[in-house]
Design a protein around this ligand. Structure first.
Ligand code: XUL
Ligand code: CO
Length: 448
């Protein structure tokens, strides 16, 4: 920790820097498995995992749900005389939290950091006054921006969508907002820029021109990309798939849908996906499936780390805890080459009734420990080679002879059919060994 807080108001005065104490530690405010400096393979744990805190859940959300009002009475709101002062205090509280927790990155929406003004110009002014402060705090603490984004869903004007709105004027206002959010991201050295669909989808097809809306979204993203590149932004853009909520059907349904969308609108060179675990579940997939699909399609970028609840179908945005899931996720991520500009952003919130200041730390500690375990398990699986080796062997018939000719495009369909008719009568009778592989996976989970 730096001496940044000397003489400053602390928002979490009873909590110091969170340290690694090992699996036997009984200290709830310590890491049991996440040891940032530990070398795992060729990289330190911290550089594999690239943890980020989500500004919106951790510093803006106040516990409100459809059935009840505020339960999280943030001191950075209650000690401020105006919304702008509250935004400044929130920034101080956020950087205090980042540094005490020891994360390298954070992510934010424009409206998380600064309140919306009475005109687009005033909103931009508010944003840039906070960006100037954030820049100083980043320099003082070494914490960096993983990605920035624009909130194109909260204001009532976006009730019918932003870039997919049937009214042009709303689309234009959204462009004004995204331009400022891109400028802010560049100013803060953001490593990526995210587009989550927000309200880009439909509630009813009876009032919707689906093709027009998708065309407009494709053009909007292309124009935003061109603008950012012209301003010198070199990082990846992310689309974050989600199948539903708040709309009945979101256009960025899942990874596969987004991949086709990116290709159709010539966005595939600059855009990748930011995969959220809970969104994968809502799409009827598991997190592992979405990660593997993105890797296969060459668009894996970043992760919103969280989990849903197995027995309901909401976007509950809970902190990830299952070692089994984090191990599968890290197995996919490492085989996709690991993170470059992306990272693990905790798009997760503490529960409405978690009202102790320590709860926000405890939640992140649990999530970071879970991914540290997942990382170590995945590295063991990859290094031992039993599971990846099995998969490799399963496809070995495509490496030589007729199979290799097929794989290299040297056989016509008639050739193929002839071989099938004459030569391979006994093919196909081999076990998939799923139970064996699942048992082996479980052994790795306990480090044996
Ligand atoms: C919503 C969601 C967003 C995005 C950023 O479900 O995941 O918070 O991550 O806009
Ligand atoms: Co998200």
């Amino acid at each position: 920790m730096t001496d940044y807080y000397v003489g400053k108001k602390e928002y979490f005065p009873k909590i110091g820097a969170i340290k690694y104490e090992g699996p036997k530690s009984a200290n709830p405010l310590a890491f049991k498995y996440y040891n940032p400096e530990k070398m795992v393979g060729k990289k330190k744990m911290r550089d594999h995992l690239r943890f980020a805190v989500a500004y919106w859940h951790s510093f803006c959300a106040d516990g409100t749900d459809p059935f009840g009002t505020v339960t999280h009475l943030h001191p950075w709101v209650s000690d401020a005389a105006s919304p702008m002062e509250a935004a400044e205090h929130k920034l101080d509280a956020a950087f205090e939290f980042f540094t005490k927790l020891g994360v390298q990155f954070y992510c934010f929406h424009d409206r998380d950091m600064a309140p919306e003004g009475s005109s687009p110009g005033e909103s931009e002014k508010n944003l840039f006054s906070m960006v100037a402060k954030a820049k100083k705090l980043q320099r003082a603490t070494g914490v960096k921006l993983l990605w920035g984004t624009a909130n194109l869903f909260n204001n009532p004007r976006y009730m019918n969508g932003a870039a997919t709105n049937p009214e042009f004027g709303v689309l234009a206002i959204a462009a004004n907002q995204v331009k400022a959010a891109i400028d802010a991201t560049i100013e803060l050295g953001g490593q990526g820029y995210t587009f989550w669909g927000g309200r880009e989808g439909y509630m009813s097809l009876l009032n919707t021109d689906l093709k027009k809306e998708k065309d407009h979204l494709g053009r909007f993203l292309g124009l935003a990309r061109d603008y950012a590149r012209k301003q010198g932004f070199k990082g990846p853009f992310y689309v974050e798939p989600k199948p539903m909520e708040p709309t009945k059907h979101q256009y960025d349904y899942d990874v596969e849908t987004v991949a086709l969308f990116l290709k159709t609108y010539n966005l595939d060179k600059d855009f990748k996906v930011n995969i959220e675990a809970n969104h994968a579940e809502l799409a009827g997939h598991d997190f592992f499936h979405e990660l593997e699909t993105a890797a296969a399609l060459g668009i894996f970028g970043s992760v919103d780390a969280n989990r849903g609840d197995f027995i309901n179908g909401w976007d509950t945005d809970q902190f990830p805890l299952s070692y089994y899931e984090t191990a599968l996720a890290m197995y996919a991520i490492l085989r996709a080459g690991g993170f470059t500009a992306g990272g693990l952003n905790f798009d997760a919130k503490i529960r409405r009734n978690s009202i102790d200041p320590a709860d926000l730390f405890l939640a992140h500690i649990g999530g970071m420990d879970a991914f540290a375990v997942g990382l170590e398990v995945a590295v063991r699986i990859i290094n031992d080679g039993i599971i990846p080796g099995f998969v490799k062997k399963r496809y070995a018939s495509y490496n030589t002879g007729d199979g290799a000719k097929f794989a290299n495009g040297q056989l016509s369909f008639t050739d193929l059919a002839k071989l099938g008719g004459e030569k391979y009568g006994r093919a196909g009778l081999s076990s998939g060994k799923q139970e064996y592989l699942e048992n082996v996976f479980n052994q790795y989970l306990l480090g044996l």
